[in-house]
Design a binder for this molecule. Structure first.
Ligand code: PLP
Length: 433
């Protein structure tokens, strides 16, 4: 049956798979195979020429991974997905699919530290310039645009500042110029639906909430199917509108969109970038993420409910200097949070104790239930001190511009019982004060 129009809870359990036609297996089988028997040479030729879609080699596609891709695309509200080895791979490939040596993209400066490093250093070494702008004024994206700009990039709920990205405003500027907005939606799956606000592409580190149990590294890129590459023109989007030497001179938008629907971006990505650079997700990992997705709607609700309660507890605690949580903001920030995070404000909270760096690290070292790890989105509650860990490769000015003050502590609130989470945080604050 079709699950189109069904709710997230149903999609998370059903989309992309019913039961195995041969064995009746209800759980998705792990197709631990590298390759696939072709019917005959004509069939093989037709698959390689993209006249027919089908399995060729697991670096490029796999039936288990395909269920994961289809389901995550449906949950995100997109038309097609591509699984990759990690969130870092997703960020890199999403940009490389559009920008070549000599091109540029404009990116929010409020980014996960690893993405910032990748954009500033590795992209630069590949000849792609990333122009960082402050997203609090969306017009900064337009100001930094020139005729070589191929994409805009933002993060839905960038930690540590946790200021919700102005998705609609930046997407609209981009569409005026034929430039798609790529949104890293890692920190807000289901809570935020970037395509509904005009974003064209979504990326995920599935390592976080999608997996949800801290077991597996992975990433995904989802095509919203809502961007008119042809109308953007060959000058603005040459990767999709001019002959591509990577695939026998195919013009992706012309060859794919009229025949297969609005999936030219993801088809190009799968059959050139993923094929050539090889950052594929393993079928075992895809299976772990399918398991994670089954409970994603339940977990996201619980994460958001618990985090709101922790944020309110911190805000009412006289030993806490400041608390950062979208659900506690006011005025324009709250309006933005309500508009874009309509499903809840997420699990991430930042707070600062008056004692600065020393108090921050004493707090972390005093935790008993919460884990001290470099991760977010686990079912367990987690804490970290960004200045000495995730953001330590940045200069102190870069740290401050990303919102990392010396005593800042980041929490990723899990789904344990709320009383136990608050009790642990409370005793650690007492020890650190
Ligand atoms: N994007 C965001 C927002 C992240 O938080 C992370 C990792 O923390 C990544 C991307 C990178 O993901 P991965 O660790 O799966 O490569």
């Amino acid at each position: 049956m079709s699950y189109e129009g069904k709710n997230s809870e149903t999609i998370a359990l059903h989309t992309g798979w019913r039961a195995d036609e041969t064995t009746g297996s209800v759980a998705v089988p792990i197709h631990q195979t590298t390759s696939y028997q072709f019917n005959d040479t004509e069939h093989a030729a037709s698959l390689f020429s993209l006249a027919e879609l089908g399995n060729i080699y697991t670096r490029i596609m796999n039936p288990t991974t395909a269920v994961f891709e289809t389901r995550l695309a449906a949950l995100t509200g997109g038309v097609a997905g591509l699984a990759v080895a990690s969130g870092q791979t997703a960020s890199a490939y999403s940009v490389q699919n559009l920008a070549r040596n000599g091109d540029n993209i404009v990116s929010s400066s409020h980014l996960y530290g690893g993405t910032y490093n990748q954009f500033k250093n590795n992209m630069h070494e590949m000849g792609i310039e990333v122009r960082f702008v402050d997203p609090s004024d969306p017009s900064n994206f337009e100001k930094a645009t020139d005729d070589k700009t191929r994409a805009y990039f933002g993060e839905t709920l960038p930690n540590p500042k946790l200021e919700v990205f102005p998705i609609g405003e930046v997407a609209e500027i981009g569409r005026k110029h034929g430039i798609p907005l790529i949104m890293d939606n890692t920190s807000a799956p289901l809570l935020c639906k970037p395509f509904e606000h005009g974003a064209a592409i979504c990326t995920y580190s599935t390592t976080k909430y999608i997996g949800g149990h801290g077991t597996t590294i992975g990433g995904a890129i989802i095509d919203g199917g809502n961007f008119d590459w042809g109308a953007a023109g060959a000058d603005r989007q040459p990767s999709l509108n001019t002959p591509d030497p990577c695939y026998n001179g195919i013009v992706w938008d012309e060859a794919i969109t009229p025949n297969m629907g609005p999936i030219a971006y993801i088809m190009k990505l799968r059959t050139t970038i993923l094929r050539d650079l090889g950052g594929a997700m393993s079928p075992q990992s895809a299976w772990m993420f399918i398991q994670g997705m089954e409970t994603l709607p339940l977990r996201m609700r619980e994460h958001a409910k618990n985090a709101q309660a922790v944020a309110e507890f911190l805000a009412s605690n006289s030993k806490v200097q400041s608390v950062t949580y979208p659900g506690l903001t006011e005025g324009a920030q709250k309006e933005k949070a309500d508009k874009y995070m309509s499903g809840g404000y997420g699990a991430l909270i930042g707070f600062e104790l008056p004692g600065g760096k020393e108090a921050g690290s004493k707090f972390i070292n005093s935790l008993e239930l919460l884990y001290h790890v470099a991760n977010i989105g686990d079912a367990r509650s987690l804490a970290i001190h960004p200045a000495t860990t995730t953001h330590s490769q940045l200069s102190s000015e870069e740290q401050l511009s990303a919102g990392v003050t010396p005593g800042y502590v980041r929490l990723s609130i899990g789904i344990e019982h709320i009383d136990d989470i608050i009790a642990d945080i409370n005793q650690a604050i007492d020890k650190a004060s």
